[in-house]
Design a protein around this ligand. Structure first.
Ligand code: AMP
Length: 141
């Protein structure tokens, strides 16, 4: 296994517009889009627009840009789903649970007493699209 950045990873393809995504938020340095195998209602992902594999090779600038977007989207998602809290997941290398090797942060709106679902189950695309719109509607103007 290589620990260098592979520009054929699925998120690099999303960034280049080669495959579709349900966009939630974008600025000069980051993109946020819905996870297509959502483990919570409103599960979305924040990525830097520039290449890096994960937290281990990210620059301070990439991390700062991602955290700014996480803050913005997490607040919008909390409002959109009337959530009680937010869980942030971030995995590094296979042993750390990473499957897509472009740095990303998972944002999960959480409700008291409701468990995060297991990974790996494809979501309903209409529902995911509707959930994206709910978050977008709560972003700051
Ligand atoms: P991980 O690398 O383990 O942090 O997880 C990668 C995440 O990417 C998983 O939650 C997948 O459901 C998600 N994922 C994989 N392919 C796509 C895609 N084309 N669009 C959106 N999310 C995806």
């Amino acid at each position: 296994m290589s620990d260098t950045y592979d520009d054929q990873n699925i998120f690099a393809k999303i960034l280049r517009g080669e495959i579709p995504s349900f966009k939630v938020y974008e600025d000069d340095d980051t993109l946020c889009f819905m996870d297509i195998m959502p483990r919570t209602e409103g599960h979305c992902l924040v990525i830097p627009k520039t290449p890096c594999r994960n937290i281990l090779d990210a620059t301070p600038e990439q991390l700062a840009a991602c955290m700014k977007t996480v803050n913005t989207v997490a607040n919008a998602a909390k409002r959109a789903f009337d959530a009680d809290g937010i869980t942030l997941f971030q995995f590094n290398e296979g042993a750390g649970g990473q499957e897509v090797f472009h740095l990303h942060f998972h944002i999960h709106p959480r409700h008291d007493g409701v468990a995060i679902r297991p990974p790996g189950k494809m979501g309903d695309m209409d529902q995911i699209k509707a959930n994206a719109a709910k978050i977008v509607a709560e972003l700051p103007a």
